[in-house]
Design a binder for this molecule. Structure first.
Ligand SMILES: [Zn+2]
Length: 383
């Protein structure tokens, strides 16, 4: 079967990327709607963005109402503000929640407030120009056609998608991620790793996504512990920014699988940050998936250097899983219990979480066939 490869129309990468993009940025609109988090809006990166807009004589309106992972209510408020101010392009500067919000506001601006109608469907534009500037290295939202919005009525995280939601421009300056604290660096970095490994072992993987996935995985195993220990480390921050972007391109084209499918319900019901719930699940989910393609998991062990080239695939795959465990330990990833979740509360939701995970479609991309019962077992095994 053939495949296409999609990624942002233009990307500026490296220290000083925002300034380098200024000329092109100017052509995107006359009045920008700038979405940012409260914390990021006080950083130097944010001031630099405003300076570029002012230099370009682009008017702007600032919105900092995305407080945590975006909900429908937050997106409605932002869209009203966008429309009331008659803005004509969107800039997101922040973590994954902020970047995802930009895409959701675009959709709501074009189609009205009922976003639930799009769950599982391809959303088609036209949309206003979208410029995304990540300040964490993780979700890869700056490169993807996805946005995740929480429906607080149904307690689910909706996955919205469409090629037209791929940003018009991604501006990736690793210096902007230096303000990301150690725990956020760890969680978002683990999200990027999950994207890359899931895409590499997805039923939809292809030669190109494999290329990006392997590159991202190598970078993350080497540099995430360094960025976690020392947030000011230039090389580690650059490598992680690149890895997150590469992993984003992977999931655009090969999708995520079991880990993300099972992670979203934990996030929706127990308010565990997205990257962290992935990290809590990754070991058990991938251990389950190995039998679907031991060659690919074995390759991962070899690529990150924990297994010899001649080693038999299944054995090399086990070494990869052990290396994952070791990485989580280095990054101080807590268990559900250590995070403060009550076992009884969790147990009472396992049925719903397994059903929601299956309905999201992501587990179906896993290389080994997985049923609701299998997921119930994995959820129970987390304790
Ligand atoms: Zn993710």
């Amino acid at each position: 079967m053939g495949y296409t490869l999609t990624y942002p129309k233009s990307s500026y990468v490296g220290s000083g990327a925002l300034k380098d993009s200024a000329q092109r940025l100017k052509s995107f609109g006359k009045k920008a709607f700038v979405i940012s988090g409260k914390h990021v809006s006080k950083t130097e990166a944010f001031s630099e963005l405003l300076r570029v807009l002012e230099m370009n004589q682009t008017e702007y309106v600032i919105f900092t109402g995305i407080t945590g992972e975006p909900t429908l209510a937050m997106i409605e408020e932002a869209t009203e503000c966008y429309q009331k101010n008659q803005c004509d392009c969107l800039i997101g500067i922040g973590g994954g929640s902020v970047l995802d919000s930009v895409k959701a506001v675009s959709v709501m601006n074009s189609y009205g407030s009922d976003l639930t109608q799009f769950a599982g469907k391809e959303i088609i534009g036209p949309f206003p120009k979208m410029i995304l500037i990540p300040t964490t290295a993780g979700t890869g939202s700056e490169a993807t056609k996805f946005t995740i919005i929480t429906d607080t009525e149904k307690n689910i995280k909706m996955l919205l998608k469409g090629d037209d939601l791929i940003p018009d421009m991604a501006i990736i300056d690793p210096d902007f991620t230096k303000t990301s604290p150690a725990d956020i660096t760890a969680y978002t970095g683990m999200d990027a790793l999950t994207h890359a490994v899931e895409a590499f072992t997805s039923k939809k993987a292809n030669d190109y996504t494999d290329l990006f996935a392997l590159s991202a995985i190598k970078r993350i195993f080497r540099y995430l512990p360094i960025a976690f220990e020392n947030g000011e480390h230039d090389e580690a921050r650059l490598e992680m920014a690149l890895a997150a972007y590469e992993a984003g391109i992977c999931i655009n084209n090969a999708s995520v699988t079991l880990v993300h499918g099972m992670s979203r319900p934990i996030g929706a019901l127990f308010h565990v940050p997205h990257g962290l719930s992935n990290a809590m699940l990754i070991h058990d989910c991938l251990s389950y998936a190995i039998d679907g393609c031991p060659e690919k998991f074995g390759k991962l062990g070899k690529v990150i250097g924990v297994a010899e080239d001649e080693m038999e695939d299944k054995k090399a795959a086990v070494f990869f899983i052990k290396a994952l465990e070791e990485l989580c330990r280095k990054l101080k990833i807590p268990t559900l219990e250590e995070y403060g979740i009550q076992k009884e509360a969790f147990d009472s939701q396992i049925e719903k979480m397994s059903a929601d995970a299956l309905a999201s479609g992501s587990p179906g991309n896993t290389i080994r066939t997985i049923s609701k019962e299998d997921m119930i077992k994995i959820y129970k095994g987390l304790w």
